[in-house]
Write a protein that binds this ligand. Structure first.
Ligand code: F6R
Ligand code: ZN
Length: 190
């Protein structure tokens, strides 16, 4: 049997931290190449290198049936018309799905099917769950004005593949138009 502290973990969504769990911080400089408006990106970077998000990973076991979860806190803000976002990834074991639960704030998830490229923008809101199927790249955007906090639960064996997205980015972007998030083809903005 796992120890009590492995069975029960206290998380602080306000900061994206979990007692005793490692937290990863991503700053604007870590998201080079993610945003469409490169001039706005460079200008924002020149003014500082703000924290965009923090995610704490809880990994109690590593067996094939085990689960891991991450507590995320994504700051509000925009680069040009694009909302602050996570890097986004596929799971290394492509068939691994994930369940996201919104805790506070307002966000969207961008989902992209690996085989077809079909893209969806789905809301990530408190008291709602978003099912991310296997074989689907996923990225989270904060579309509100306060920090977005959420939990993502995934198989312990899922692994994370950032390489494919870093190389070609998502096919679509989520941008603010007249105060609301809209999904557009990246090519339509070039
Ligand atoms: C785990 C997962 C989330 C993300 C988090 C940060 O599989 O999807 O916990 O890790 O939203 O995003 P990335 O990992 O894309 O930097
Ligand atoms: Zn994931």
């Amino acid at each position: 049997m796992l120890k009590l502290e492995e069975l029960v973990s206290g998380f602080d969504p306000a900061t994206g931290t979990v007692a005793g769990a490692p937290a990863t911080e991503r700053r604007l400089s870590d998201l080079r190449g993610c945003f469409v408006d490169t001039a706005a990106y460079e200008a924002a970077l020149a003014a500082g290198d703000p924290l965009l998000y923090r995610v704490a990973a809880v990994e109690p076991g590593r067996g094939s049936g085990d689960l891991h979860y991450g507590v995320g806190m994504l700051m509000p803000g925009r680069i040009g018309d694009e909302y602050y976002m996570t890097k986004g990834h596929f799971h290394a074991r492509r068939e691994a799905a994930e369940l996201y639960f919104g805790l506070s704030g307002e966000g969207m998830m961008l989902l992209e099917d690996e085989a077809t490229g079909e893209s969806r923008m789905v809301p990530l809101l408190p008291n709602q769950a978003v099912y991310v199927p296997g074989f689907t790249a996923h990225r989270t955007m904060n579309t509100g004005s306060v920090p977005l906090t959420y939990i993502g639960v995934y198989p312990a064996t899922a692994g994370h593949d950032y390489g494919a997205i870093a190389k070609r980015n998502f096919r679509c972007v989520v941008v603010e138009r007249h105060g609301s998030p809209v999904l557009l083809e990246r090519n339509s903005l070039a």
